[in-house]
Design a binder for this molecule. Structure first.
Ligand code: GTP
Ligand code: MG
Ligand code: ZN
Ligand code: ZN
Length: 510
């Protein structure tokens, strides 16, 4: 049980037990004729009235009244045996209050975190049942012994009713306080999350969701902790581990996230996701471009005091060895991520989808596409100019090759519109950057630079349709000449162009 629950439940139970004990002592004193229960009862009622303004007093009065009723049933000459019955009734009530059934705050299997005492399902009913829980305790023990509290029910009842009257008042106050705290904290938390993070993306299955699940250090997987019925500032897993439920001091964003769809462990960091997808024929330079851009972004980030944290596929070692990048394996699904954060900037997550160029060939199974191209903040289309020239000049049937920019774009665009439900005349607003790659290679540079613009180059070499389709399909298209190797690398420019229209902070960094 966590600290908050100990305080909430402890207070309620303590006050209830004090009143029960008082009832017991008064009755005992009365039984032995030392004082009149009514007289002392009235004094206590007056005191309680003074303290609570009435509610408590009427509850207590009711309890004492019923107690006097039972007491009146007893023959006066059996004071001692009456005392035994009352004692057992009193102890059974206390036992009920302290029993595991009363203390059960555990969450369900699909969200295994403790509820608040005041906000567990049917909290008020469960609270009022606490003094009666010796029945549950004995039933759970071996069923038959339940007969004991049943027999003693008339002697449990007065104490339980006193306890209930007290519990009701304390519970109502605690419930009101906690409800107010949850309400204001959850509003603040949602406002921050909606502003800084907005949503999360799974780098494995590409699904997009408001918040991930989280995994406790004991491996229990539960809903994202926010101020709610499980706690305001902290939640507690069913195994008793403390979990932050706001990100006020940045601890919540360090929790292990789990994708609610594929259930894989993922990183989300409460960073705002920005998704960029690469498209292009096999060998067009997508992976190299991504690695060069990431290097450039990390350098610029460092200059501005922004910390960058790349996923494995974007590690400094991989980036440094990009000259020898192997072709991307078809079917490889994981997106690469780059987290960027600083003291003055909320964290951002750059998610880059880089798949094998073979996936764009018309006869490939396109199930991958659905996952990749649903949520994009930008698309980069890579074209190897030398491949364009080679296909154009070749007289072989390769002229109708699957891998021309036009064919790749048609194949991609067909799926893109279908996935996003665009009609034929609808233009996508997603920024579309076309990269003429390998411009550090003098042959590529001379071929492209011989024409006024990359568009003119493409038209000259039989890819006129590419320029037309791209222009018709995307509202925001820009052509770039890119080197991802060599002395004058500029792949970062494409990312900067895309991100400038998506995120103010990154616009300032890049
Ligand atoms: N000179 C030069 N070579 C490049 C450049 N970009 C890529 N290459 C080379 O082009 C080849 C293919 O590059 P990749 O980045 O693997 O191409 P890809 O589009 O990812 O290919 P797939 O993963 O098979 O779809 C590699 O040999 C790279 O070294 C560049 O800017 N300059
Ligand atoms: Mg690749
Ligand atoms: Zn997933
Ligand atoms: Zn745990």
């Amino acid at each position: 049980m966590n600290k908050t629950n100990k305080a909430l439940m402890g207070t309620a139970v303590l006050i209830a037990v004090v009143y029960c004990s008082l009832t017991f002592l008064l009755t005992a004193a009365d039984l032995f004729g030392k004082t009149s229960a009514d007289e002392l009862g009235i004094q206590i009622l007056n005191l309680a009235n003074l303290l609570s303004g009435g509610d408590l007093a009427s509850g207590l009065g009711f309890g004492l009244g019923s107690l006097s009723f039972y007491y009146g049933l007893l023959p006066t000459d059996v004071g001692t045996s009456a005392m035994v019955f009352l004692t057992v009734g009193f102890l059974l009530t206390i036992l009920g209050i302290a029993s595991p059934a009363s203390r059960d705050l555990k969450g369900p299997a699909d969200d295994p975190q403790e509820f608040l005492f005041t906000h567990r399902p049917l909290a008020i009913v469960k609270c009022l049942l606490m003094p009666w829980n010796s029945l549950v305790l004995f039933w759970n023990f071996k069923k038959a012994p339940v007969i004991l509290p049943i027999i003693f029910l008339p002697f449990i009842a007065p104490f339980a009713l006193v306890a209930d009257a007290v519990l009701l008042v304390v519970f109502a106050i605690e419930w009101a306080v906690m409800t107010a705290k949850i309400s204001s904290a959850s509003k603040r938390d949602k406002r921050n999350y909606d502003f800084y993070t907005q949503y999360a993306v799974c780098p494995k299955c590409k699904m997009n969701f408001y918040q991930p699940l989280i995994k406790c250090r004991c491996d229990l997987v539960m809903k994202y902790p926010v101020p709610n019925a499980c706690g305001v500032v902290f939640h507690t897993c069913n195994n008793g581990h403390k979990i932050p439920s706001t990100n006020a001091d940045g601890f919540r964003s360090k929790l292990q996230s789990v994708c609610p769809y594929c259930r894989e462990d993922i990183e989300t960091h409460e960073a705002k996701p920005l998704v960029i997808s690469l498209v292009g024929a096999s060998g067009s330079g997508k992976t190299t471009l991504m690695l060069s851009a990431v290097e450039g972004i990390c350098v610029k980030a460092k200059e501005k005091g922004v910390l960058s944290e790349p996923s494995k596929g974007l590690s400094p070692a991989v980036v440094a060895a990009r000259e020898h990048t192997a072709p991307t394996v078809p079917g490889e699904r994981d997106s690469e991520c780059l987290f960027l954060r600083s003291r003055d900037m909320s964290e951002k997550e750059l998610l880059i989808n880089d798949i094998s160029g073979l996936e764009f060939e018309p006869d490939r199974d396109k199930t991958l596409f659905e996952e990749y191209y649903k949520y994009n903040d930008g698309i980069i289309f890579a074209i190897d100019p030398l491949a364009v020239v080679a296909i154009h000049n070749s007289q072989s049937p390769a002229k109708g090759s699957k891998a021309t920019p036009v064919n790749v774009l048609e194949s991609f665009y067909h799926m893109f519109t279908e996935i996003n439900g665009y009609g034929p005349s609808v233009k996508s607003t997603v920024p579309f950057a076309v990269a003429m790659t390998k411009m550090d290679d003098p042959r590529a540079a001379s071929a492209v630079d011989a024409e006024k613009t990359p568009e003119a180059f493409l038209s000259k070499y039989g890819q006129d349709a590419f320029v037309k389709i791209a222009g018709a399909a995307f509202e925001n298209t820009k052509y770039f000449k890119v080197s991802s190797l060599g002395q004058r690398q500029n792949a970062t420019e494409l990312f900067a162009w895309i991100l400038a229209s998506n995120d103010e902070d990154l616009k300032n960094i890049l």
